[in-house]
Design a protein around this ligand. Structure first.
Ligand SMILES: Cc1cc2nc3c(=O)[nH]c(=O)nc-3n(C[C@H](O)[C@H](O)[C@H](O)COP(=O)(O)OP(=O)(O)OC[C@H]3O[C@@H](n4cnc5c(N)ncnc54)[C@H](O)[C@@H]3O)c2cc1C
Length: 383
């Protein structure tokens, strides 16, 4: 749903200009230094990027899912690390509170997340629980007015910068699966929390992940999000919305990679003419354009359906599955079009090729999306 076309167009123009004028020129620096310059982070905060989806009453822009998808497609036309710096605040780090937080929790945390003063991370994955997230072992044992948290969370995006974590932990060890899990909002400086060393990732330099370790970490019972036992359900709601977000991001990145490949194909000459004139190269351009159009249409349709209050479990997974796989196929073709120059780091495609590989893995792998789609199809056919 687009609430006001003119207002949205102003925002899209702002994002698009900022991407072209500030972010694209800094992509290489971020890749080399593995850091996003502090002035860029500050500018993105001032532009309101950290609060894009946080409801207006808590200081954000309260974008609808369709508006968010369109904005993220613009933000995708540069190194994905820039989006990642704010991605947890406008997505998996804040959504749990937005969906199920108490008024007190929302009033306290969301305005700070919207300005970027507080960075929020989402901590579900563990060393022995990735795709099988319902098997997490981190425990939250109630003792009077506190929960005592013990366990290790793995690969947590923005953990080194985070001031709060939305974490899932097992409050009832008698219940083995999803129903024994609860969600908490925990401040990063709570005694008993420590961070592991930074993960050495293959791409997306400038974004950092690491383990978050909880050792007898005492958290006031008021920090629970929603009811005891509802944490897994909340996490799945968060990830479902996140799937449309990541899928839309992949559309933007694929558009950027294809634009770069087209430019290269039109300027690079072999056999006396631009390689863009060879039909086998044209096939790679056309296949990419077609798949991007398909993914874009899927994302916007799913986003509109979500805004209408429809159940989008299948659609969100279809979007994440198709769009992330599409993005990797486009990366491969775009690199191929660049020939040997695509394999060396002189062109952005070498970096994007590594960056986009992550999208098929996190927030539910492609295989998990396939399982969600098929499982829902079977369930729907049974009623
Ligand atoms: C850079 C990065 C950032 C991340 N950020 C976060 C974060 O902020 N918060 C967070 O909680 N997590 C985060 N993650 C974790 C991410 O969500 C998990 O890595 C992902 O869910 C996969 O889990 P796994 O790595 O344990 O792989 P596994 O679950 O061990 O899977 C390995 C392979 O087996 C396949 N597989 C597993 N089960 C099945 C099945 N039933 N059927 C078919 N195939 C199956 C998978 O698809 C995959 O191909 C991040 C990961 C990375 C790499």
């Amino acid at each position: 749903m687009i609430r006001d076309k003119d207002t949205l167009n102003v925002l899209l123009d702002t994002v698009s200009s900022y991407v072209k004028e500030r972010l694209i020129p800094n992509e290489e620096l971020v890749a080399e230094t593995d850091e996003i310059p502090a002035d860029i982070i500050q500018e993105m905060k001032e532009l309101g990027f950290f609060g894009l989806t946080i409801p207006e009453e808590y200081g954000g822009l309260g974008l609808t899912t369709e508006e968010e998808a369109l904005v993220v497609m613009e933000l995708g036309k540069t190194s994905p690390s820039f989006r990642s710096a704010l991605g947890t605040n406008i997505g998996i780090g804040s959504s749990g509170l937005v969906f199920d937080g108490t008024e007190e929790q929302k009033n306290y945390y969301l305005p700070k997340m919207a300005t970027g003063e507080v960075i929020a991370s989402f901590a579900l994955t563990e060393p022995d629980a990735g795709s099988d997230a319902a098997s997490i072992r981190t425990t939250a044992k109630r003792e009077g007015n506190v929960y005592i948290i013990n366990g290790t969370k793995r690969f947590i995006t923005n953990a080194p910068q985070a001031k709060v974590f939305t974490i899932m932990a097992r409050t009832n060890s008698e219940i083995k699966g999803a129903h024994g899990i609860s969600a908490f909002i925990i401040e990063a400086d709570t005694p008993g929390i420590s961070l592991g060393k930074l993960d050495k990732k293959m791409g997306q330099k400038g974004t950092h992940t690491c383990d978050v370790i909880f050792e007898n970490c005492r958290v006031p019972a008021t920090q629970i999000i929603g009811k005891e036992g509802d944490g897994f359900k909340m996490a799945m709601k968060v990830l479902e919305k996140g799937r449309i977000h990541i899928a839309s991001l992949c559309v933007g990145i694929a558009e950027r990679m294809l634009a770069d490949a087209l430019q290269y194909a039109m300027s690079r000459k072999q056999f006396g003419k631009p390689i863009a004139e060879f039909q086998l190269v044209q096939a790679m351009l056309a296949d990419s354009k077609t798949e991007i159009f398909a993914a874009r249409s899927m994302c916007l349709e799913a986003a509109r359906h979500r805004d209408e209050g429809k159940n989008v479990s299948i659609e969100a997974s279809c979007c994440k599955y198709f769009s992330t796989e599409m993005c990797c196929r486009v990366a491969d073709r775009a690199l191929q079009i660049h020939g040997g120059s695509g394999y060396v780091a002189d062109y952005a495609i070498e970096r994007f090729y590594r960056d986009v590989r992550l999208f098929k893995i996190y927030e539910g792998t492609s295989q998990i999306q396939q399982i969600v789609i098929a499982r829902n199809m079977i369930r729907n056919a049974q009623v």
